[in-house]
Write a protein that binds this ligand. Sequence first.
Ligand code: SAM
Length: 289
Amino acid sequence: MEKLSNPQKTIEVIKKHGFDFQKKFGQNFLIDEHVLDKIIAAAGITKEDFVLEIGPGIGTMTQRLAEAACEVAAVEIDRKLIPILQETLAEYDNVTIINMDVLKLDIAGLAREKNGGLPIKVVANLPYYITTPIIMSLFESGVPLLSVTVMIQKEVALRMQARPGTKDYGALSLAVQYYAEPYLAANVPQNCFIPRPNVGSAVIRLTRYAKPPVRVKDEKLMFRLIRASFGQRRKTLLNGLKNSPELTYSREDILDALVRAGLPENVRGETLTLEQFAALADVFADMQP
Ligand code: SAM
């Protein structure tokens, strides 16, 4: 079959099946071969790989993945796309199409069943309305992962890879960087999609760490501190922690913890590294009765 990344071919397939784009599913289909090349290259797909594709649409990227990988599972929520995928992917015997909401899929179970529990690669042009829940659930649910290479909203990609003290740095940067090393592979303009999204896009690869880069006694407590310190921008860390609905420490406890973690009283959360948040969380963990 002719490549689906050809815009005429995409339009032909859509018309033939009378498909209507669903805004609620974040449907912006890729129509640029060079962008596909960049995604496949950034993901480093080889014939050894089992790939999970989230949201295959009409199968544009799935075709490329099927050619490059050993096996592909493509999970698509929109049942109207399933007959289209069955047609556009008919010549590939290494693709499984799953009609489901990816947030409800047991991905660890799929990796066990299809890849003997070995780590998988995730590749996707993600639906932007659920980018963060998808990525965080992949990391937090213990799915065996090598990497996640995804097209996402550019602004979100910049936040994921931001370093301390920069304007994009926040809770998302720390959450992602606790689990993975980010690499921004490409910026993608709006005209590479049908229909055009209202925002710029970027391809980011998140390479999963075998072990987190910092050790912390209570991971959940560290993330509560992180959320609290970015809950109120431009406030001191002391005020952020004191006013958080998730924490119950007194001003004295917080001041004591800051001193013990070697941080100044007026420090702002947005300047703290992951290592400093981990150290602070360890001080608070020791304080608990
Ligand atoms: N991969 C195709 C491409 O690049 O042309 C389509 C990408 S489009 C940005 C996002 C796709 O994700 C759509 O096909 C949409 O129906 C699908 N999708 C949206 N929400 C989903 C969910 N919760 N689970 C699985 N697929 C979803």
